[in-house]
Design a protein. Structure first.
Length: 416
């Protein structure tokens, strides 16, 4: 298994281009199931999670032609099962549930089970589908779903689940009648999926808001689509630029979708300028500790919490970081402490007291964004940091070492 070795302390300089958003590409790939035919998808990021998802779709008879665009052939559907072996490694595989019940009228999808960042149930996905007439049975760890004809329904989500909203929206586009999803997730990736569905002929109102009104249509047809850029990847490069006191231009960034993140960085003393799709990080004054609380969009994203915490370890003063989305998302804390960070956890809050410097050390993490925070910290730490379990980073960061090397970082990937 590879590791990443970083000699820290080099201010990053130059330009980095952001890739397509993982969390938009996954539901959009799932949504191709809804329209039999040949799809052309642009800006699909080269990530391990995408390769895994393509394998899941492959099990259903979908075939792919690699390239730009990625060509997806969903003409023939030969299966409707997402097996445990895949869902346990990538929870987002549950995104096939909605499209499969809509197209094949049946699906068998393994329950995700526990994962590193908390219990993450899918009860709201199932409740919503049941309201649309889907019969759901749990059998040997699998959700078995069947329906004669999907019917529109009024659905109010207890909590605005992202993949839950996506699954229900994908089922609703081919249902009979009108579905209204209240308290829907407003994440930009949900809106990107909605726009793809509309491009294929779906009728959706309220895109980007917390009430989605979907009027079912008889059929969808493939339409070319360009996936939005990844706001979390952009935020991670922002953190890397800021923590090394670098001067970096982040291009192809979804600036409008990053307001909460950009405001927090500015509040922390990071000097930056933006236009429609660029963020310019300038060398600036000193970093100061600021408090942050994760929230559903448009609030501060839980997927940026770990990287922001890494930045706060070197800020002047204290920062209180509150995680409200997932109950167990502080696994990076013990590893950041190995680099010399001063952090205390109490329940869902972490108190970070800024230090003058971090010192390199071997570290590892158990999830994607925690690993990213260790890379961010390692870029600023004195000496050598080794980040183990690189496969987490491969899940969500396209060409990470290459992009950071181009910014002047001393970083390399070596077999462990
Ligand atoms: C998605 C993102 C993930 C991000 C998360 C929160 C994808 C592929 N993944 O994950 O990167 O961290 O949104 O922004 O887009 N919940 C329930 N019942 C359910 C579903 C969710 O109680 O049926 C709870 C979860 O436990 C959690 C909260 O709702 O506390 C939000 O989770 P959710 O939005 O569903 O996260 P994901 O869609 O899995």
């Amino acid at each position: 298994m590879d590791k990443i070795v970083i000699e820290g302390g080099v201010p990053l300089k130059g330009e980095v281009a952001i890739s397509g958003a993982k969390n938009a590409a996954l539901p959009i790939l799932a949504a191709t199931l809804l329209a039999p035919g040949i799809h052309h998808l642009y800006n699909v990021p080269p990530l391990a999670d995408i390769r895994t998802f393509k394998k899941v779709l492959g099990l259903m008879g979908v075939s792919f032609e690699e390239g730009k665009p990625l060509i997806v052939d969903t003409s023939r559907l030969t299966g409707w099962m997402a097996p445990y072996e895949v869902v346990k490694t990538m929870r987002a595989a549950v995104l096939v549930l909605g499209p499969l019940v809509a197209r094949a009228r049946q699906a068998s999808v393994s329950l995700p089970g526990g994962c590193a960042i908390g219990a993450r149930p899918i009860d709201l996905h199932l409740k919503g589908l049941a309201a649309m007439g889907v019969k759901i049975r749990l059998n040997q760890g699998y959700v078995e779903a069947r329906v004669k004809r999907l019917k529109g329904a009024e659905i109010t989500l207890d909590t605005p689940t992202v993949t839950g909203t996506e699954n229900l929206m994908m089922a609703a586009v081919l249902a009979q009648g009108v579905t209204r999803i209240h308290n829907a997730a407003q994440e930009p990736e949900v809106a990107d999926l909605a726009r793809f569905l509309v491009a294929m002929g779906a009728k959706i109102e309220g895109i980007g808001t917390d009430v989605l009104t979907i009027t079912g249509v008889n059929a969808l047809t493939p339409a070319p689509y360009t996936i939005m850029p990844d706001r979390i990847e952009a935020g991670t490069y922002l953190a890397a630029a800021a923590i090394t006191r670098g001067e970096v231009t982040i291009t192809n960034a979804p600036v409008a979708a990053m307001s909460a993140v950009l405001e927090k960085f500015q509040e922390a003393g990071v000097r930056l300028k933006t236009d429609d799709d660029r963020i310019v990080v300038e060398q600036g004054g000193s970093l100061v500790g600021v408090d942050v609380k994760t929230r559903p969009y448009p609030g501060f994203p839980t997927d940026m919490q770990a990287q922001f915490m890494a930045l706060m370890t070197l800020a002047r003063g204290a920062s209180l970081i509150t995680e409200t989305i997932f109950e167990n998302r502080f696994m990076h804390v013990s590893e950041l402490k190995r680099l010399g960070a001063d952090i205390t956890i109490s329940a869902n809050q972490a108190m970070v007291r800024g230090k003058k410097q971090l010192l390199g050390a071997p570290v590892m993490a158990t999830d994607l964004r925690a690993s990213a925070s260790l890379v961010v910290a390692g870029l600023a730490a004195q000496g050598t940091t080794e980040v183990h379990r690189v496969y987490h980073l491969d899940r969500g960061y396209a060409h990470l070492t290459e992009k950071l090397t181009a910014l002047g970082a001393r970083i390399r990937r070596v077999p462990a």
